[in-house]
Design a protein around this ligand. Structure first.
Ligand SMILES: Cc1ncc(COP(=O)(O)O)c(C=O)c1O
Length: 387
């Protein structure tokens, strides 16, 4: 099945390997935690960067309109959302944009809604910028599908609630929020004067029949009320280029964000990253298609293997290459569970509790690896059946 070039990243400076000792206390684990992939960045991207290096000056450059236009065309094709060039600006990182948008659109002491579990910087960006967290628990319904509870959410709001940090699609639970769910959230925000910061970095890793809907695309009101964060880092395995974009259609919100951005002075990024982004969005379609096929194959392999597992429950994610493993049947505390995975299965996964209280008893496994590596991990997981 593997048609890609998978790279042994052990001898490189890859974070997932380098931090093994620190995170797991040993180098003897297969690291399947941080969300990047083991496969080579698309050849077209690498070639375009090599070509740019034939020019001997790597000076200050601004990101060209052509690069933004490539992203606009990609988003239009894949998500039926038409962005305008003037809405968009460069950011070195989606997390940095979250911080900048929080600062721009709220005051110290204001409240920000964050769903739990979620990608950990959602919590830290709120707290480190001295806003108050409103944790909204996501819970599984009787079919195992994670849902927010709009009545509960409504009851959690106060006049100090100014922002919703949305993860769409949602890491780590792999939900692609439906149009109806997004409409419910959007209406609730509009009625209560709450701005939406929507992190859509995982929007290109979505499995059929699910479809990603940018929340800003739902209505003219939501367009004006949303900040959308996008980037090629996950889609094309190019996180190391440190490039993403921020889309803010509302002039008022954009001005507030720009003011904050100027304070941080993060400029317009690096020329090689501009080239990489433009090429990925222009020429990356076939690669992306193959990627989705490979990830679907791996997702299916996990389901086949774990369907017989007596202690680990798994529901296929609708998006992302992250498997959210329900390990509560082991009946262990979170530290014990983590150590158990390290020592008994030789796997370095992300502990569910790091994604918030609702993640307790879960482990997150990154399956953007070769089929062989995944099979090894699945065999190692089988060893845990008698835990
Ligand atoms: C939901 C989400 N947002 C943001 C990021 C990181 O983005 P960046 O590296 O651009 O800050 C990740 C990485 O895993 C993520 O899962």
């Amino acid at each position: 099945m593997d048609e890609f070039e998978f790279i042994d990243r052990a001898s490189t400076n890859a974070e997932k390997y380098v931090l093994r000792k620190k995170l797991f206390g040993t180098e003897e684990v297969l690291p399947m935690w941080v969300a990047d992939m083991d496969l080579a960045t698309p050849q077209c991207v690498l070639d375009s960067v090599r070509k740019r290096l034939l020019h001997p000056v790597i000076g200050y450059e601004i990101m060209r309109d052509k690069a933004y236009d490539a992203q606009i065309a990609w988003v239009e094709t894949h998500h039926a959302f038409t962005m305008q060039r003037e809405w968009l600006s460069y950011s070195p990182s989606v997390v940095a944009s979250i911080g900048c948008a929080i600062r721009a659109l709220s005051e110290e002491g204001d409240e920000v809604i964050v769903m739990d579990p979620v990608y950990p910087p959602f919590f830290s960006m709120v707290q480190e910028n001295r806003r108050r967290l409103i944790r909204h628990p996501l819970r599984q319904d009787d079919q195992g599908i994670y849902r927010f509870d709009s009545a509960l959410l409504r009851s959690q709001l106060t006049p100090k609630t100014k922002l919703l940090l949305l993860c769409s699609p949602h890491n780590p639970i792999g939900r692609v929020w439906s149009r109806e769910e997004l409409e419910t959230l959007g209406t609730l925000c509009l009625e209560n004067n709450i701005r939406i910061i929507s992190d859509e970095i995982h929007s290109d890793i979505v499995y059929k029949p699910h479809r990603h809907t940018p929340i800003a695309s739902l209505s003219a009101e939501l367009l004006e009320n949303s900040v959308t964060l996008l980037g090629p880092g996950k889609t094309f395995n190019m996180a190391g280029f440190s490039i993403s974009t921020v889309s803010i259609p509302s002039k008022d919100l954009r001005d507030a964000y720009e003011k904050e951005r100027r304070r941080l002075h993060w400029g317009d990024g690096a020329v090689l990253s501009h080239v990489a982004l433009e090429t990925a969005y222009t020429d990356g379609t076939a690669w992306h298609q193959k990627l989705l096929e490979h990830l679907q194959h791996n997702r299916h392999a996990i389901e086949t293997s774990l369907s017989a597992h007596p202690k680990i429950a798994f529901r296929q994610p609708e998006a992302t290459y992250l498997a959210w493993l329900d390990c509560r049947a082991f009946g262990m505390g979170d530290r014990e569970l983590r150590d158990f995975f390290i020592q008994k299965a030789g796997l370095g996964l992300s502990p569910g509790l790091s994604f918030g209280k609702e993640g307790s008893g879960f482990m997150r496994l990154n399956f953007a690896v070769s089929s062989d590596k995944l099979n090894t991990a699945l065999l190692q997981l089988e060893r845990l059946s008698n835990g």
